[in-house]
Design a protein around this ligand. Sequence first.
Ligand SMILES: C[S@@+](CC[C@H](N)C(=O)[O-])C[C@H]1O[C@@H](n2cnc3c(N)ncnc32)[C@H](O)[C@@H]1O
Ligand SMILES: Nc1c(NC[C@H](O)[C@H](O)[C@H](O)CO)[nH]c(=O)[nH]c1=O
Ligand SMILES: N[C@@H](Cc1ccc(O)cc1)C(=O)O
Ligand code: SF4
Length: 406
Amino acid sequence: MNAAVPHNIALAQGVPQELFNPAVSTEVRAILQQALNGEELSEAQGVVLFGTEGAELDALTATADTVRRQRVGDRASFVITRNINYTNVCYMGCKFCNFAKRKDDPEAEFFDLDEIVRRAQEAWDRGATEVCIQGGLHPDLPVHFYRDMLKAIKSVLPGMHIHAFSPFEIWFGARKSKMSYADFIQDLMDHGLGSMPGTAAEILDTDIRKQLTKDKLSTEQWVEIIQTAHRLGLPTTATIMYGHIDGPEHWAAHLALLRTIQQKTGGFTEFVPLGFIHYKTPLYLEVEGVRPGPTRHEHIRMHAVARLMLNGWIDNIQASWVKLGTELAQQMLAAGVNDLGGTLMNESISRAAGGEHGQEMQPQELIGMMRAMGREPVRRNTLYRPLEFFDSVEPLPQSLLAGGLA
Ligand SMILES: C[S@@+](CC[C@H](N)C(=O)[O-])C[C@H]1O[C@@H](n2cnc3c(N)ncnc32)[C@H](O)[C@@H]1O
Ligand SMILES: Nc1c(NC[C@H](O)[C@H](O)[C@H](O)CO)[nH]c(=O)[nH]c1=O
Ligand SMILES: N[C@@H](Cc1ccc(O)cc1)C(=O)O
Ligand code: SF4
């Protein structure tokens, strides 16, 4: 048969031409075809895709881009949000984390309720619809501090969405207050918690977790807390922190586990790959053989394979500009990504680890990155409801052109 024929048929059916490069193996082509047909990929197939290079990596990327378009179209989204990291005091000793400080460290921080409300108000005045609140597991934290933060913010800003408390903070708060996970989460929901970050996931593998930290929340506990939140009607995000002592098998298993949870609960709003920032971390500096974060190709493969393995289950794949930097985050929009996350306003976690991509992104910068990739920018809320579209001929609204924080 004439080589041009399958090529044209393929194009007509929306199959990217990169799949027909003779350098792409039959195995990889078959997996990508399966993904394009909307069929579920197995963990083993995920591992194969994590091993792609050259023409096969191009085929993977093009397929993820096509599946993204099939599933969510050409809009790309962001949210105006502010990170409030209310304390960095933490004794859990995760080796990958340089954010945590001892109480007597000169850099130790603890924001009181007034400061937390002041930051939320300032964010609201600058157009934020969300605050993202996470902190260290401070041993002296008052038992009801989590609830008090919610009450304090909600009493002043009832319309602000509060995206807060990782499963590790929930574990800690529930234990301190001697409540079950369900009762603790329900109480926070009753006081205004709108959703939870799916951080503390790191790599959902017992062996890897043992090496990353003394006694971080187990995989089973992470899953239990997330499923409890979903059962109570509280949405969460989902994350992975990759590029240290982990590998393709762990990544594929992690994605398959997130998919299984989503099939049961439907509670995940997005998936965010968080590349390990290595520079100042004990993990990188003290443990032999730890990798200096993911390579460029590993970043591309993570976002693309996530789009394919989670297809039909988690629609929003976010690129983190804090972890990736502007250029790479923008490129991810061509590798399965449809969201660039938040404007953030403050960022402490990556910065403490030596990350150098800044603390804040202006809406017009995110919009520019999306337009450069031929995408239609949309400002969303935490739960992905579109809030604002940006017509390229109209000037941006004044609210989005506000200057930096004083
Ligand atoms: C710093 S903790 C704050 C919430 C809470 N203490 C916890 O551990 O869940 C939030 C997340 O930041 C991420 N993180 C910490 N250090 C990092 C690093 N060096 N590079 C990339 N992500 C990191 C981890 O995924 C972690 O779960
Ligand atoms: N990727 C990172 C995020 N992403 C979360 C978003 O900003 C937002 O809160 C979420 O999409 C819910 O609307 N936040 C960080 O602080 N650091 C990141 O690396
Ligand atoms: N705060 C996390 C990132 C994050 C926050 C909230 C989310 O819902 C997801 C991811 C970090 O900087 O590593
Ligand atoms: S990742 Fe969270 S729990 Fe672990 S040391 Fe850092 S702040 Fe503490």
